[in-house]
Design a protein around this ligand. Sequence first.
Ligand code: DGJ
Length: 772
Amino acid sequence: MFILNTKGTTYCFEITKSGHLEHLYYGKKIHPDAAALREKDYVAPGNTITYDSSIKEMTLEYKRLEFSSYGKGDIREPFIEVINPDGSLTSDFLFKDAVISKGKPDLEILPSSYDEKGDTEHLCVILKDEGYNLTLELHYYVFEDCDVITRNARFINDSKETVILKRLLSTQLDFISDKLSFTTFNGAWANEMNKNTATVNGGKIINSSNIGASSNRSNPFVMIHAVDAAEDYGKCYGINLIYSGNHYECFERTSHSLYRFVSGINPCGFSFEITPGSDFVSPESVMTFSDKGFNGMSLNMHEFVREHIVRGNWKKKERPVLLNSWEACYFDLNEKKMLKLAKEAKDVGAELFVMDDGWFGNRDDDTKALGDWDENLKKLPGGLSGLGRKIKALGLDFGIWVEPEMVNTCSSLYYLHPDWTLEIPSHKHSEGRNQRVLDLSKSEVCDFIIEKMSSVFSSAEISYVKWDMNRIFSDAYSQGFDKNRQQEIPHRYMLGLYRVMKTLTERFPDILFEGCASGGNRFDLGILCYFPQIWASDNTDASCRAAIQTGYSYGYPQSTISAHVSNCPNHQTLRNTSIETRFNIAAFGILGYELNLCDISDAEKEAIAAQIAVYKANRALLQFGHFYRGAINENEFEWTVADADSNRAVGLKFIRLKRANDGLKYYHARGLLENARYHFTNRVTPINVKIFGDLVNSIAPVHVKQGSIMHDVVSRIVKFSTEKDDGYFYGDMLMEAGYLMKQDFVGTGFTEGMRVFTDFGSAMYFIEREDV
Ligand code: DGJ
């Protein structure tokens, strides 16, 4: 029996008489015994295949397996599918050997987890299909401290003939259970990470992407859990894939209560020719388990991502507060505008100025110039270096936007290299955002990107790069590549991209790279192996962001989730939310601002300066603390970030729509020590009297017409503040009973001190241990 133990979990399997690997258990840590855990069969049930007539009870269809191949009686989702030299699709991999070693090797051409301390244990199980002389290696890596086990597979063609790999997945988990739910995170552009839960009673649910990126449609992170699991209780498995391309997660249930989960590269549109002596390595899959609900699971995942995925100089470094030019001026930028914006950014306390799209070639809109990465000297007379120097002189770091994987047909690059794109020669191309995908399966294209980007990044004092990717694949055909092997292209593209990202991040270790793909179209662990943070969504609306960031939080820590405060009405929803709520929500990620600071009121500028000061004072906690979701429903959100020692925490209560006379509202903290006393306060901010509209007349000595100059004057003179909370409370009470928030404005009069939540109201709480 193979037993893989982490601090709190056990994973085990054994070799059957037939040489298969029977999965025995994955869950809370136990003292496993195969005699109790293994299936005790005597005969094959009717209408099933007996694998070997000398082992009458051996029916692969009814076994929990570590991996499954096609054609020998297991009719569920296979883990591997091979077209053998004789055309047969049947595989029969049986146990040969196992090797245990220490340390976490890199997967080399693919991004993978790492372990600086070298504590990780590695189990490699070697299986052989003797009939065709093919080898399959299953690799398991045990990250004891964060309760994570990762898996991947390697297929080796030891035969003398070429075979076609139709699928090689990364993990398979078989369970026997009465009922399990499957949660996926689905969406679209500007509407990422909606949590969807289904209870699978029969058949299959598939979560997958075939758009060339991990996608905003179906993130590769999924959960399998007890039907009644919730944030703080219940058994929950979290599974993710270290891959940024087409992926596949399938959850299946047979009528015998056997559940199977598989995950890996999407077999749809995939096949790979494996010549004699060569191999194929599948991406690494990440698995964790907690019996403490979704929060327990996500704490493990977050720790794993922070410690074993994100790397480099920025791994633990506090990320700067930035101002991004995109929603401030879109393509209409020039040096003068940038400097004006940057000066305002400096005044409010930002640390980094980012010039987004529009600075190169004749890029005045999204129809042209992608690929022509030379500064537009009309817009930037001093070039990137001149602007960079001036930004630096203001006391800010300087960053830029690039989209290196793409080209507009209206560009010099396309003119010079029309064969460098993914497209089918002499067939009409289906466009996306007026641009085409460069063919990163070609090494000369990758080399061009590496050299061009290297010269851009070293042409000025660039501290930050936003790496965008704004279209999905169509007509994904590599010009000049073997016509019979075009199904290799999406994966070959990823391998090319990873080489580019690795080389550039190693060449420029001090640059803070932020991934982006129309927002969250490629938010995954593959990207995070190179770029420590990702722009989570093009949607900056605070109300939408509360849900989007909640969605991400199940699988990804706050240090990876970039979030901006933008202007109102919001550019994606036309919704108005207060500047404070916009901050309160963005603060639980990597905070940035993305609005024209030159055009906003002094009061808003003051508010932003105060926000940035608060963020900086709590930045380490907000970016790297332990994140917990409290009670969350369509209308209300509760988040808490606590430090590892439970000495400090910051909390959020956000209520989307206000209802009159809505009764009592609580904020429940998380991550505190039950028996410690905490100083509990909130962030007090100014209230503009204008929110009361013409109710101002109920206190004004003269009549004030709403929207009049007089209304303005009154709003500048009459100063109200939000409610003030201040007390000393025990952790158990704050977590169990919660803090009963002050009475909200109910329409029967306002008294200073009461809470005034309009629609999209929010409060931020600070919780500090008394005795430290
Ligand atoms: C899409 C990104 O998500 C935006 O933030 C912005 O950078 C635009 N691309 C620029 O074209």
